[in-house]
Design a protein around this ligand. Structure first.
Ligand SMILES: Nc1ncnc2c1ncn2[C@@H]1O[C@H](COP(=O)(O)OP(=O)(O)OP(=O)(O)O)[C@@H](O)[C@H]1O
Ligand SMILES: [Mg+2]
Length: 512
């Protein structure tokens, strides 16, 4: 995991301002925070950067964000989100932060040494001298359970005033609401504290199977190295690719995705590199390609295994020399992009069979990252994902949050999930929409019994009768797969491990 110092600044530093400029700086801090919260940022870096900006906005020497750890019931500093790391922890009630967390009211101190609530231990250890303190609870609303404490120390040139207190309290409420939308969210809205569901925002799961993934994301994000994301369909390759971008130096640049499955061979080059006016019939103006659009940012080549062999050489040149030409153009352009690629295919087998260039394969996999299947992620991660999707679906559809009893979770754990996290997400969404009083409908739970082997005599719904021609059997099989994928042809093609064109041929009843 990257340390805070290695992580690029998520919020640009601002100097302390006065008057209207000060109000603007304070307002822009809120806006910046809100825009970051919807991205897959590393939470420790987000909170660290937010702390720095809070200190700047208040003209304080330092700011710290303390969070109430729902699992342990104590206070923990923002940099120590992981139980496995040595954390700066405080019992509730100790020091000014502990006092605020326990009482739920703001505290302003103008001479720390004379205040009996002040705990001098950390000053003694670090040699820092705390003089003035302003601390306020972090919580969604005045009567809501406490999630943490926002604290600023040593205001430049004097003591914190009433306006500072009002502003910090508003920030505390804002932060409380914002945190409830992150992966560091309350396990239970009516109880104090927060639970960390994963180190990167919106990416859920703290189980052992995901830790090498997070570690590699953390290491790779700080560089421009190509990353090859592997894993079965629906395991989160796209999500992790965004996390790499969002936590990199390119975070303010564009994140552009090229889906190689949807590109017919003739269009690949133009899609990637753009074309000049008159390059081919119908090219009535110059059009930039995805490589140009991604300039200063990150380009994700999704389903790289489907990239036609004839286009692989051009891509290799881009990766090797950062150089390319628009279709129909003479000028060699240089690309300022970081390339990520994702695939569920067995690229090694494709290299062996000659359908994927070996040199390109090595160029792409400078860092290789394999996402575990849902089954490999273990019961704790699956349960955390279920709760996460239940919350999201309830919000999206304005429905009561799905109740996930132990029995329901046990049934879900027994089911096979060939579509991995995506399939689980869709299941929770259906159950949320169809549920009555938040209980998952029985008909949705029923296949779990079948999957657990309780009643294998039931005829599988996908069974295709014997005696059909190959073309008809293939057509029916493809149509059922498409149905399962809710009409999404790319997804169906991926599941069947064929191109979209082949899928279209099968659906038209042509097996060749
Ligand atoms: N760890 C996770 N936490 C929260 N949501 C996740 C996680 N992993 C995947 N998802 C969600 O599951 C869905 C599928 O993920 P994603 O599209 O990234 O998978 P993929 O591996 O790219 O799939 P495909 O190979 O089919 O393109 C998305 O909605 C994504 O947000
Ligand atoms: Mg994907």
């Amino acid at each position: 995991m990257t340390s805070l110092r290695e992580t690029p600044a998520l919020l640009c530093p601002r100097r302390y301002a006065e008057g209207p400029e000060r109000s603007m700086s304070r307002l822009s801090l809120l806006v910046d925070l809100a825009s970051l919260l919807c991205r897959e940022v590393e939470l420790a870096a987000l909170l660290g950067a937010a702390g720095e900006r809070v200190a700047e906005a208040l003209g304080a020497d330092r700011a710290s964000i303390w969070l109430v750890d729902a699992e342990r019931g104590d206070l923990v500093t923002h940099v120590a989100l992981f139980p496995e790391l040595p954390a700066l922890r405080l019992p509730l009630g100790r020091g000014i932060a502990g006092y605020v967390a326990e009482r739920g009211e703001p505290v302003r101190v103008s001479d720390a040494e004379r205040d009996p609530r002040f705990d001098p231990t950390s000053d003694r250890e670090t040699g820092y001298r705390t003089r003035t303190i302003l601390a306020t609870p972090v919580r969604e609303a005045p009567s809501a359970p406490i999630r943490g404490v926002l604290q600023v120390l040593n205001k430049e040139g004097g003591a914190f005033d009433d306006e500072d207190e009002r502003y910090l309290s508003a920030l505390g409420a804002q932060l409380g609401r914002a945190l409830s939308l992150t992966t560091l969210c309350p396990a239970d809205a009516s109880h104090p504290g927060l639970t960390l569901r994963g180190p990167f925002n919106h990416i859920v799961g703290r189980g052992a199977a995901m830790s090498p993934v997070y570690e590699r994301v953390g290491r790779a994000a700080g560089t421009d190295a190509s990353v090859l994301l592997r894993g079965a369909t629906g395991t989160g390759k796209g999500l992790i690719a965004r996390a790499i971008h969002v936590n990199s130096r390119r975070q303010t640049g564009p994140f552009v995705v090229v889906d190689c499955t949807t590109l017919p061979a003739q269009l690949v080059e133009s899609e990637l590199f753009g074309h000049e006016r008159g390059a081919f019939t119908g090219a009535d103006r110059r059009v930039p390609g995805k490589v140009e659009l991604a300039s200063g940012g990150t380009l994700l080549l999704d389903e790289i295994g489907d990239l036609p062999r004839e286009s692989q050489g051009k891509l290799l040149r881009l990766l090797q020399d950062r150089a390319f030409e628009r279709v129909g153009g003479r000028e060699t352009l240089s690309a300022d992009v970081r390339v990520l690629a994702a695939t569920h295919r067995d690229l090694e087998a494709m290299v062996r069979s000659g359908t994927f260039r070996e040199d390109l394969y090595y160029r792409l996999k400078v860092v290789e990252l394999t996402l575990p299947s849902l089954e490999e992620r273990g019961p704790e991660d699956i349960a955390a994902l279920c709760h996460h999707f239940a919350r999201k679906s309830a919000e999206r559809h304005q429905r009561p949050e799905l109740q996930l009893s132990e029995d329901t979770l046990a049934r879900l754990l027994r089911r096979p999930w060939p579509g991995n996290v995506r399939e689980l997400e869709h299941w929770i969404e259906s159950a949320t929409v169809l549920s009555i009083d938040g209980e998952p409908p029985l008909e949705l739970l029923a296949p779990a019994t079948l999957a657990s082997g309780a009643d294998l005599s039931v005829k599988a719904p996908d069974e295709i009768p014997p005696g059909l021609s190959l073309a008809e059997a293939s057509r029916r099989y493809a149509a059922r797969c498409l149905e399962r994928c809710q009409g999404n042809r790319s997804e169906a093609a991926r599941e069947l491990q064929i191109s979209r064109n082949t899928l279209a041929r099968l659906l038209a009843g042509r097996s060749q």
